[in-house]
Design a protein around this ligand. Structure first.
Ligand code: NCD
Length: 310
């Protein structure tokens, strides 16, 4: 699909179903190819810049792993303090500069809209690895890939999204993607952390049916997949408010065995306390497999936007 060449990946809502399927198929193809090859040569000579102005473990390292496994090279930074931002440089100037060095830019920044701002400046395609409480489309794509791999399908499932739906950027991107599938969506959140009206209005306008509740156990009974999320401490203006909400939902092994032993559990990670450690050995606990799937999905995106898929 040449329509991906040079494409910025900014928002979960930017894809058609055909494009989503193509990204998934490409990721699957890379997974298979890596079974027999440690790395591929497709992006030899290419440079990816990883600009992480906000903390990250998986997103940055899996982008970097993806680029290395495609035979490409990586430059970048993992905190703004070590860069000229500390001297007062604007995002625009940083991007304009990095654009002189790199063929593709993966970035994370605390400001909503920062990736779109960068994309408007850079010639190189920009892959949004999280813009504040806005969007995180590459995570949502790897989540979709994980559901497809765990269940063999996406259409027809019931998906429960639980936790911080207000500030959680992965779910904001996710729902924009699931709207292309026949997925029953149940949102579970404390009232203070409900899915933002702007997101639910877009879903309604697109004719997407969803339910909202505060009752995790009731939702779990019906779930094929639970997508658990962390309460986003860093987005709270008032630390006391975070303290009040941080224990809102905690998934335990006992709950899974009692309510829905076939549950598949996803989490973008990092977790704090919202999934008890005893869930990790449950066969449906897919969150570390999900992290691995991030490499295949990001390989697919890097190869597609540079036009170097085969
Ligand atoms: C998520 C993020 O940064 O938005 N993590 C990730 O990219 N895997 C979720 C989170 O930080 O809670």
């Amino acid at each position: 699909m040449s329509e991906f060449l040079g494409m910025d990946i900014l928002h979960g809502g930017q894809f058609s179903r055909d494009q989503l399927e193509h990204i998934m198929d490409t990721a699957e193809d890379f997974r298979r190819r890596l079974e027999t090859h440690k790395s591929l040569d497709l992006l030899r000579g290419y440079v990816m810049a990883a600009l992480f102005f906000e903390p990250s473990t998986r997103t940055r390292l899996s982008f970097e792993t993806a680029m290395h496994r495609l035979g490409g090279a990586v430059i970048g930074f993992s905190s703004a303090e070590s860069t000229s931002v500390a001297k007062g440089e604007t995002l625009a100037d940083t991007i304009r500069t990095v654009d002189q060095y790199a063929d593709v830019i993966a970035m994370r920044h605390p400001a909503v809209g920062s990736a779109a701002e960068a994309a408007a400046i850079a010639e190189a395609p920009v892959l949004n690895g999280g813009d504040g409480a806005g969007q995180h489309p590459t995570q949502a794509l790897l989540d979709l890939y994980t559901i497809r791999r765990e269940l063999g399908r996406v259409d027809g499932i019931t998906l429960v999204l639980c936790g911080d739906l207000k500030f959680g950027r992965t779910v904001h991107s996710g729902v924009e993607i699931y709207k292309h599938y026949n997925v029953r969506l149940i949102f579970v959140a404390p009232d203070a952390l409900k899915m933002p009206a702007e997101v639910t209005e877009r879903l309604r306008a697109a004719g997407v049916h969803f339910e909202e509740t505060t009752d995790l156990s009731a939702a779990l009974k019906q779930a094929d997949v639970l997508y658990m999320t962390r309460i986003q401490k860093e987005r709270f203006a008032d630390p006391a408010e975070y303290e009040k909400l941080k224990g809102s939902y905690i998934l335990t092994r006992e709950m899974i065995e009692r309510i829905n032993p076939r549950l598949v559990t996803l989490h973008p990670l990092p977790r704090v306390n919202e999934i008890a450690a005893d869930v990790d050995s449950h066969p449906g606990a897919a969150y570390f497999r999900q992290a691995k799937n991030g490499v295949y999905t990001r390989m697919a995106l890097l190869a597609l936007v540079t036009g170097r898929v085969s």
